[in-house]
Design a protein around this ligand. Structure first.
Ligand SMILES: [Zn+2]
Length: 435
């Protein structure tokens, strides 16, 4: 048991950050007390460890830090093994036996993403652009830095003689598939749209011919639909000793939502195959639901009624929404895990984390009964937004996967059923499925 004496100002924020570092990641039992103004003290029966405040005391409660000028400016680096770990607030080092790195404020910055409240960098879907984040600009979006902070503090405690048993986490894959478009040839209208794209946009008669053949083979000859890749996806997960989560939509048709009918016998057959193989269902709320709780709830209730089971995990369509409003909505709706948290435009560790973690609402200043399972790698991000070749794609996936393995974390990836088999996606699919 460790007692953590915290400065009185921003007590809840500090308590949350230290809880994640010491208890959630290092597995140390904690007790929190109010202490002195400018120092956090970790105390146990035979020793103490002091951390100088470098952030919160500069601001007024409740949200005085939520300003442009409070963003990390001069980043220092803590040399840890063969790594340079960015210290976002304070300095890498010691003075008068106090650590000058403010790991709590640095972690709080990454975990709560208050940066995304104040930096104006939204795309056309009102999503924060990852390439505008401090982490990307300073080159550490590829590093699960909050884990690094915890490991540094763990080593300090160990050197000072504090004894505890670290939790035995195991590396795992977390593979999910957002079901945006269950079938390619669900209607003749879709054929018209595809042909229009082939002829007017791509100006390719051979493509148009292939499209017609594909439609003919599926609808008239009874061949599998090109987007019917559910068994392949489940094979892939099983080969990695895990089960997939299929996030299902329940939106009505609109410009951004396919609006498939959950009671259609073809869709019901997909559900049965997923269920029969022991894979999982999650919820994929439609476009615009982050600001429309009533519609969010209607879709969720409809999905649960069709599947006849509770659904408490999932991800927003288009990765829309930001903390903390998104998290508050999901918690209010009784969800337990959100996995929206990745950037659409760039892969990596948006929260500096590679395991699921309890979240904190900076507006209400309270933890929420919801876990974020950070999305690390979405195929569309890497192949389309980043425009990487299949070889570069595989190199990025392997690099991030190795990084997660070092932390015994959860490698969360998103692969859509419609991003397979086509001329564009097949080379990516072949490389990844051979992992
Ligand atoms: Zn989607």
């Amino acid at each position: 048991m460790l007692t953590v004496f915290l400065p009185p100002r921003f007590f809840e924020e500090r308590r949350y950050a230290w809880f994640i570092l010491l208890q959630h990641l290092l597995g140390i039992d904690l007790r929190f007390e109010r202490g002195e103004n400018d120092v956090t003290v970790l105390s146990w029966d035979t020793g103490t460890l002091d951390f100088q405040d470098q952030f919160f005391n500069r601001f007024e409660e409740p949200l005085g830090y939520c300003t442009q000028s409070a963003l990390p400016a001069e980043i220092d680096y803590w040399v840890f093994g063969n790594k340079q770990v960015p210290v976002l607030y304070g300095k890498a080092g010691w003075s008068d036996h106090r650590c000058l790195a403010d790991f709590a404020a640095s972690s709080f910055f990454m975990l709560t993403r208050w940066e995304e409240q104040i930096v104006q960098a939204q795309d056309s879907h009102n999503r924060f652009k990852g390439k505008h984040s401090v982490a990307f600009k300073h080159g550490f979006l590829d590093q699960p830095v909050v884990h690094d902070y915890a490991d540094i503090i763990g080593d300090m405690l160990h050197d000072k003689g504090f004894v505890w048993t670290r939790p035995q986490r195991q590396f795992s894959w977390s593979i999910s598939h957002d079901l945006d478009i269950p079938y390619k040839w669900s209607s003749v209208k879709r054929l018209g749209v595809s042909l229009g794209g082939d002829i007017l946009k791509r100006k390719s008669l051979p493509e148009a011919r292939r499209t017609l053949m594909s439609f003919y083979n599926t609808r008239l000859k009874g061949n599998p639909d090109p987007f019917d890749n559910y068994d392949k996806l489940m094979d892939w997960s099983e080969s990695l000793h895990t089960r997939s989560t299929f996030n299902i939509m329940a939106a009505s048709p609109s410009k951004m939502d396919e609006g498939y009918n959950l009671e259609d016998p073809n869709i019901q057959r997909i559900f049965k195959r997923i269920k029969d193989r022991g894979h999982y269902f999650g919820f994929h709320p439609g476009y615009g639901t982050v600001t429309n709780p009533a519609e969010w709830k209607r879709q969720h209730q409809y999905l649960e009624s069709v599947l006849n089971q509770r659904i408490t995990t999932g991800r927003q369509h288009f990765l829309c929404g930001h903390p903390p409003d998104l998290w508050q909505l999901w918690a209010d709706m009784g969800m337990t895990i959100d996995s929206t948290g990745g950037y659409a435009d760039v892969e990596g560790f948006r929260f500096g984390m590679c395991v699921r973690f309890p979240v904190f609402n900076v507006k209400t200043r309270q933890p929420l009964p919801l876990l974020e399972l950070p999305l690390i790698f979405m195929e569309v991000t890497v192949a389309e937004y980043q425009a990487y070749s299949p070889q570069q794609f595989l190199a990025r996936l392997s690099h991030l996967c190795e990084t997660v393995k070092e932390k015994n974390g959860e490698m969360t990836v998103l692969w859509h059923n419609h991003c397979m088999q086509t001329a564009f996606w097949k080379p990516y699919q072949d490389l990844v499925i051979s992992l």
